[in-house]
Design a protein around this ligand. Sequence first.
Ligand SMILES: C[S@@+](CC[C@H](N)C(=O)[O-])C[C@H]1O[C@@H](n2cnc3c(N)ncnc32)[C@H](O)[C@@H]1O
Length: 200
Amino acid sequence: MCHAYFIHFERSVLRRSAFKLLEIDDKHKILKPGCSVIDCGAAPGAWSQVAVQRVNSAGANTEFPKGFVVGVDLLRIAPLDGALFLSNCDVTDPATQEKLQNLLPGSQADVILSDMAPNASGFREMDHERLVAMCLSVADLAERVLRPGGSLICKYWDGGQAHQVQSRLACAFREVKIVKPKASRKESAELFYLARLFRK
Ligand SMILES: C[S@@+](CC[C@H](N)C(=O)[O-])C[C@H]1O[C@@H](n2cnc3c(N)ncnc32)[C@H](O)[C@@H]1O
Protein backbone atom coordinates (compact mmCIF):
# COMPACT_ATOMS: atom_id res chain seq x y z
CA MET A 1 0.00 0.00 0.00
CA CYS A 2 2.70 2.37 1.15
CA HIS A 3 4.98 1.26 -1.70
CA ALA A 4 2.20 1.92 -4.24
CA TYR A 5 1.83 5.44 -2.90
CA PHE A 6 5.57 6.02 -3.35
CA ILE A 7 5.41 4.89 -6.97
CA HIS A 8 2.41 7.09 -7.76
CA PHE A 9 4.10 10.12 -6.22
CA GLU A 10 7.41 9.66 -7.98
CA ARG A 11 5.88 9.06 -11.43
CA SER A 12 3.95 12.31 -11.19
CA VAL A 13 7.02 14.51 -10.61
CA LEU A 14 9.95 12.87 -12.38
CA ARG A 15 11.75 13.75 -15.62
CA ARG A 16 11.35 11.39 -18.55
CA SER A 17 14.82 9.78 -18.24
CA ALA A 18 13.82 8.40 -14.85
CA PHE A 19 11.29 6.06 -16.44
CA LYS A 20 14.07 3.80 -17.72
CA LEU A 21 15.33 3.24 -14.18
CA LEU A 22 11.81 2.92 -12.76
CA GLU A 23 11.02 0.27 -15.35
CA ILE A 24 14.21 -1.72 -14.69
CA ASP A 25 13.75 -1.46 -10.94
CA ASP A 26 10.03 -2.32 -11.01
CA LYS A 27 10.94 -5.54 -12.77
CA HIS A 28 14.19 -6.50 -11.05
CA LYS A 29 13.81 -4.93 -7.55
CA ILE A 30 17.35 -3.61 -7.14
CA LEU A 31 16.72 -0.49 -5.05
CA LYS A 32 15.43 -1.33 -1.57
CA PRO A 33 14.97 0.84 1.53
CA GLY A 34 18.25 1.08 3.45
CA CYS A 35 20.51 0.52 0.42
CA SER A 36 23.59 2.67 -0.28
CA VAL A 37 23.70 3.82 -3.90
CA ILE A 38 26.23 5.54 -6.17
CA ASP A 39 24.70 7.30 -9.20
CA CYS A 40 27.38 7.85 -11.89
CA GLY A 41 26.57 10.58 -14.42
CA ALA A 42 23.83 11.87 -12.14
CA ALA A 43 23.08 15.28 -13.72
CA PRO A 44 20.49 16.68 -13.96
CA GLY A 45 19.31 14.33 -11.20
CA ALA A 46 16.32 12.24 -12.30
CA TRP A 47 17.86 8.83 -11.53
CA SER A 48 19.01 10.14 -8.15
CA GLN A 49 15.42 11.23 -7.42
CA VAL A 50 14.24 7.67 -8.08
CA ALA A 51 17.06 6.25 -5.94
CA VAL A 52 16.31 8.64 -3.04
CA GLN A 53 12.68 7.60 -2.99
CA ARG A 54 13.29 3.88 -3.38
CA VAL A 55 16.08 3.54 -0.79
CA ASN A 56 14.38 6.05 1.53
CA SER A 57 17.54 8.15 1.88
CA ALA A 58 15.56 11.29 2.77
CA GLY A 59 13.92 9.31 5.58
CA ALA A 60 10.46 10.07 4.13
CA ASN A 61 9.07 6.80 5.45
CA THR A 62 9.96 6.21 9.08
CA GLU A 63 8.82 2.57 8.91
CA PHE A 64 11.62 1.69 6.50
CA PRO A 65 15.40 1.81 7.02
CA LYS A 66 17.09 4.94 5.72
CA GLY A 67 19.38 4.50 2.72
CA PHE A 68 22.16 6.61 1.26
CA VAL A 69 22.59 8.13 -2.21
CA VAL A 70 25.67 9.84 -3.64
CA GLY A 71 25.68 11.14 -7.21
CA VAL A 72 28.62 12.28 -9.31
CA ASP A 73 28.88 14.13 -12.62
CA LEU A 74 31.22 16.24 -14.73
CA LEU A 75 28.45 18.85 -14.64
CA ARG A 76 26.86 20.68 -11.73
CA ILE A 77 24.00 18.75 -10.10
CA ALA A 78 21.25 20.73 -8.36
CA PRO A 79 20.81 19.89 -4.65
CA LEU A 80 18.30 17.17 -3.78
CA ASP A 81 17.04 16.27 -0.33
CA GLY A 82 18.35 12.81 0.58
CA ALA A 83 21.34 12.83 -1.80
CA LEU A 84 24.95 14.02 -1.65
CA PHE A 85 26.47 15.17 -4.92
CA LEU A 86 30.00 15.46 -6.25
CA SER A 87 29.60 18.00 -9.06
CA ASN A 88 32.33 18.70 -11.61
CA CYS A 89 34.00 15.35 -10.93
CA ASP A 90 35.08 12.67 -13.39
CA VAL A 91 34.03 9.14 -12.38
CA THR A 92 36.93 7.68 -14.36
CA ASP A 93 39.44 9.57 -12.17
CA PRO A 94 40.78 7.37 -9.32
CA ALA A 95 40.73 10.45 -7.02
CA THR A 96 36.94 10.74 -7.55
CA GLN A 97 36.53 7.03 -6.84
CA GLU A 98 38.47 7.48 -3.60
CA LYS A 99 36.21 10.43 -2.62
CA LEU A 100 33.12 8.33 -3.30
CA GLN A 101 34.49 5.49 -1.20
CA ASN A 102 35.18 7.86 1.71
CA LEU A 103 31.61 9.22 1.57
CA LEU A 104 29.89 5.82 1.65
CA PRO A 105 28.70 4.46 5.00
CA GLY A 106 31.23 1.73 5.87
CA SER A 107 33.01 2.59 2.56
CA GLN A 108 30.69 0.18 0.72
CA ALA A 109 27.78 0.49 -1.72
CA ASP A 110 24.92 -1.95 -2.33
CA VAL A 111 24.13 -0.61 -5.79
CA ILE A 112 26.00 1.31 -8.49
CA LEU A 113 23.97 3.03 -11.20
CA SER A 114 25.54 4.44 -14.34
CA ASP A 115 23.58 6.36 -16.96
CA MET A 116 26.82 8.07 -18.03
CA ALA A 117 27.34 8.98 -21.64
CA PRO A 118 30.04 11.00 -23.41
CA ASN A 119 29.03 13.98 -25.54
CA ALA A 120 28.14 12.39 -28.88
CA SER A 121 30.77 13.13 -31.56
CA GLY A 122 28.53 11.91 -34.36
CA PHE A 123 30.95 9.06 -35.08
CA ARG A 124 29.06 6.04 -33.81
CA GLU A 125 32.03 3.69 -33.36
CA MET A 126 34.12 6.33 -31.58
CA ASP A 127 31.25 7.19 -29.22
CA HIS A 128 30.70 3.48 -28.56
CA GLU A 129 34.37 2.99 -27.66
CA ARG A 130 34.41 6.01 -25.36
CA LEU A 131 31.36 4.70 -23.50
CA VAL A 132 32.94 1.23 -23.26
CA ALA A 133 35.98 2.85 -21.56
CA MET A 134 33.63 4.61 -19.13
CA CYS A 135 31.79 1.35 -18.37
CA LEU A 136 35.15 -0.31 -17.60
CA SER A 137 35.88 2.51 -15.12
CA VAL A 138 32.51 1.84 -13.50
CA ALA A 139 33.56 -1.82 -13.23
CA ASP A 140 36.78 -0.60 -11.48
CA LEU A 141 34.61 1.38 -9.08
CA ALA A 142 32.49 -1.71 -8.40
CA GLU A 143 35.63 -3.74 -7.59
CA ARG A 144 36.61 -1.02 -5.16
CA VAL A 145 33.37 -0.32 -3.26
CA LEU A 146 30.60 -2.80 -4.04
CA ARG A 147 29.47 -5.02 -1.17
CA PRO A 148 29.45 -8.78 -1.87
CA GLY A 149 26.00 -9.55 -3.31
CA GLY A 150 25.68 -5.99 -4.67
CA SER A 151 24.23 -4.90 -8.04
CA LEU A 152 25.17 -2.69 -10.97
CA ILE A 153 23.03 -1.08 -13.67
CA CYS A 154 25.24 0.34 -16.41
CA LYS A 155 24.24 1.99 -19.68
CA TYR A 156 26.20 1.25 -22.86
CA TRP A 157 25.78 1.76 -26.58
CA ASP A 158 25.76 -1.49 -28.50
CA GLY A 159 28.76 -2.14 -30.73
CA GLY A 160 31.83 -4.24 -31.41
CA GLN A 161 33.64 -3.61 -28.09
CA ALA A 162 30.72 -4.27 -25.73
CA HIS A 163 32.02 -7.80 -25.16
CA GLN A 164 34.90 -6.27 -23.14
CA VAL A 165 32.44 -4.91 -20.58
CA GLN A 166 30.33 -8.06 -20.61
CA SER A 167 33.28 -10.39 -19.92
CA ARG A 168 34.58 -8.11 -17.16
CA LEU A 169 31.15 -8.11 -15.49
CA ALA A 170 30.72 -11.85 -15.97
CA CYS A 171 33.92 -12.41 -13.94
CA ALA A 172 32.84 -10.09 -11.14
CA PHE A 173 29.11 -10.93 -10.86
CA ARG A 174 27.19 -14.21 -10.72
CA GLU A 175 24.44 -12.91 -13.00
CA VAL A 176 24.70 -10.50 -15.96
CA LYS A 177 21.72 -9.59 -18.16
CA ILE A 178 21.21 -7.09 -20.96
CA VAL A 179 18.03 -5.04 -20.60
CA LYS A 180 16.30 -2.55 -22.87
CA PRO A 181 13.50 -0.70 -21.05
CA LYS A 182 10.47 0.33 -23.12
CA ALA A 183 11.21 3.95 -22.20
CA SER A 184 14.47 3.70 -24.21
CA ARG A 185 13.80 4.59 -27.87
CA LYS A 186 13.76 1.47 -30.09
CA GLU A 187 16.02 3.04 -32.70
CA SER A 188 18.66 4.00 -30.10
CA ALA A 189 21.74 1.77 -29.59
CA GLU A 190 21.26 2.29 -25.84
CA LEU A 191 21.22 -0.87 -23.71
CA PHE A 192 21.85 -1.54 -20.03
CA TYR A 193 23.87 -4.21 -18.27
CA LEU A 194 22.13 -5.44 -15.17
CA ALA A 195 24.73 -7.27 -13.08
CA ARG A 196 23.75 -8.90 -9.79
CA LEU A 197 25.35 -10.85 -6.97
CA PHE A 198 28.78 -9.26 -6.93
CA ARG A 199 31.44 -11.70 -5.79
CA LYS A 200 34.23 -9.98 -3.87
C1 LIG B 1 22.25 10.87 -19.90
S1 LIG B 1 22.99 11.97 -18.77
C2 LIG B 1 22.48 11.31 -17.21
C3 LIG B 1 21.04 11.61 -16.88
C4 LIG B 1 20.73 11.25 -15.43
N1 LIG B 1 20.79 9.80 -15.23
C5 LIG B 1 19.34 11.70 -15.05
O1 LIG B 1 18.45 10.87 -15.03
O2 LIG B 1 19.17 12.89 -14.76
C6 LIG B 1 24.66 11.49 -18.84
C7 LIG B 1 25.57 12.25 -17.86
O3 LIG B 1 26.83 11.60 -17.81
C8 LIG B 1 27.75 12.61 -17.44
N2 LIG B 1 29.13 12.14 -17.65
C9 LIG B 1 29.75 11.85 -18.83
N3 LIG B 1 31.01 11.47 -18.61
C10 LIG B 1 31.21 11.50 -17.27
C11 LIG B 1 32.33 11.22 -16.43
N4 LIG B 1 33.50 10.80 -16.93
N5 LIG B 1 32.20 11.40 -15.09
C12 LIG B 1 31.01 11.82 -14.58
N6 LIG B 1 29.92 12.08 -15.32
C13 LIG B 1 30.01 11.94 -16.65
C14 LIG B 1 27.36 13.77 -18.33
O4 LIG B 1 27.88 14.98 -17.84
C15 LIG B 1 25.83 13.69 -18.27
O5 LIG B 1 25.32 14.56 -17.29
